[in-house]
Write a protein that binds this ligand. Structure first.
Ligand code: SAH
Length: 413
């Protein structure tokens, strides 16, 4: 069985898969059995300090010791937290737990990319991907089980949407990867960047995502600088403003087209927040902090959005943006060659068209990179993440029906 079949099989497997994995991995730590205990993965520094003070009646600084045990040393058993007194450890056992996502499947690509299928509850699993590259290691993190936005070229979109991930489930992905890598924050750092570009729309799960990102950036967490944590959005305009008020992370915006007609077709959210409103929000975001920039992602699909007129349109939009914020290179473009998945009607642009597109932008003095496809052999590339989604929207069933019909046609041909 090739890896694609395997992933699909797991994606559609009944809940027994997840239950079995959970039982074998965590024994008595089933969530129902300890439902009243607080999962400390859910708490950022301030909230954990509050928990120590208000629930345990302890000094706030004790929270710092526990954060280091969890995020620096990957210890989840209070019994092993040796610099805490016996009474405190007993109190923690009673009121708290440190419960990480369950690793259902762990796949390594020949290019060093690594993908985890993580069980969040018996019916839902998501994927996280680690991409090592010359001196940096980037983890691509999911924010939701499935996605509600239905972008036409994204595999997650075909899965439908079930629910938001909790803070614990988001930071848990970082924890699983960091532990696997033997990452030591501040010393032997293998995980240097996090991008919220996995499954889901992070700005539709605002509070949990912001809280998890605060743990990623905290010295007692993963110690990543603001610019090394990137949130990617399909363009939730009001939430871009809120993000600007509450956080300082890097922003990436999935544009894919520089005119409303095409963008609305590719990213239905554009009907609600068209390009002009989106660019205005991006402008406000950049103007909040001097010398910052926004990365505009542009997935390149053959014959759809990859022709010279599209590049010229995009160059104009990017130039307008630089002018509006009065800053050179405030807009950066990231060209992503489309990654196919079963049942999609799109194809990847040719290498030649991608280069020509990039040259047109570079000639217009727009900073433009082409993102290399990584982890293709394990379906870990952008837009290929599926996980296992108990869909509540029927979109998955419709897509599977379409796939089956297509299979029947192929067989007949
Ligand atoms: N919802 C967020 C984050 C998830 S998508 C967003 O839209 O930004 C992360 C990136 O992968 C986005 O830029 C998205 O457009 C891109 N992407 C999605 N499907 C893709 C595919 N099949 N091939 C290449 N890139 C894809």
């Amino acid at each position: 069985m090739n890896t694609r079949d395997k992933t699909i099989e797991i994606a559609f497997a009944d809940e027994a898969t997840a239950v079995a994995a959970r039982e074998s991995d965590q024994d008595a730590k089933l969530p129902n059995a300890i439902g009243s205990k607080k999962n400390l993965f859910d708490l950022d520094r301030v909230r954990l300090e509050d928990f120590f003070e208000q629930v345990l009646g302890e000094k706030r600084y004790r929270a710092h010791q526990v954060m280091k045990w969890i995020h620096h040393r990957y210890v989840t058993d209070f019994g092993e937290m040796t610099d805490l007194g016996k009474t405190l450890r007993a109190k923690l056992e009673l009121h708290a737990e440190v419960r990480a996502p369950i690793v259902i499947l762990d796949q390594a690509s020949t290019d060093g990319t690594h993908k985890w299928l993580l069980g969040m509850d018996p019916k839902n699993a998501i994927e996280a991907v680690f991409i090592p590259d010359k001196g940096r290691g980037t983890l691509c993190v999911s924010s939701q089980v499935g996605c509600a936005l239905n972008c036409q070229f994204c595999s997650t979109g075909t899965q439908g949407f079930n629910r938001n991930l909790t803070t614990a489930e988001i930071i848990g992905q970082v924890w699983v990867a960091a532990r696997h890598l033997g990452n030591v924050p501040h010393q032997r750092r293998k995980l240097t960047n996090v991008v919220m570009m996995g499954m889901g729309e992070p700005l539709m799960n605002f509070d949990n995502v912001v809280r998890a990102m605060s743990i990623m950036r905290d010295d007692l967490g993963y110690g990543l600088a603001n610019k090394r944590v990137t949130l990617s959005t399909a363009g939730m305009v009001p939430m871009i403003d809120r993000l600007g008020e509450e956080s300082d992370v890097s922003l990436a915006v999935s544009l894919h087209a520089a005119n409303d007609e095409l963008r609305s077709e590719l990213v239905p959210l554009n009907k609600k927040y068209p390009i002009e409103e989106l660019m205005a929000a991006c402008q406000r975001y950049v103007q909040r902090k001097p010398r910052s920039s926004i990365t505009f992602e542009y997935t390149m699909m053959k014959g759809v959005n990859d022709q010279p007129q599209h590049a010229r349109q995009l160059a104009r939009l990017m130039r307008q943006f630089d002018n509006a914020v009065q800053m050179k290179d405030a807009a950066k473009v990231n060209l992503i060659p489309f990654n196919p998945f079963p049942g999609t009607r799109f194809e990847r642009s040719t290498e030649e068209d991608i280069r020509a597109f990039q040259k047109l932008l570079l000639d217009a003095r727009i900073l433009t990179m082409v993102r290399r496809t990584r982890g293709g052999d394990i379906d870990a590339a952008c837009g290929q993440l599926k996980g296992q989604v108990m869909d509540r929207t029927r979109r998955q069933a419709d897509f599977r029906k379409k796939l089956q019909a297509q299979g029947a046609t192929d067989a007949a041909a």
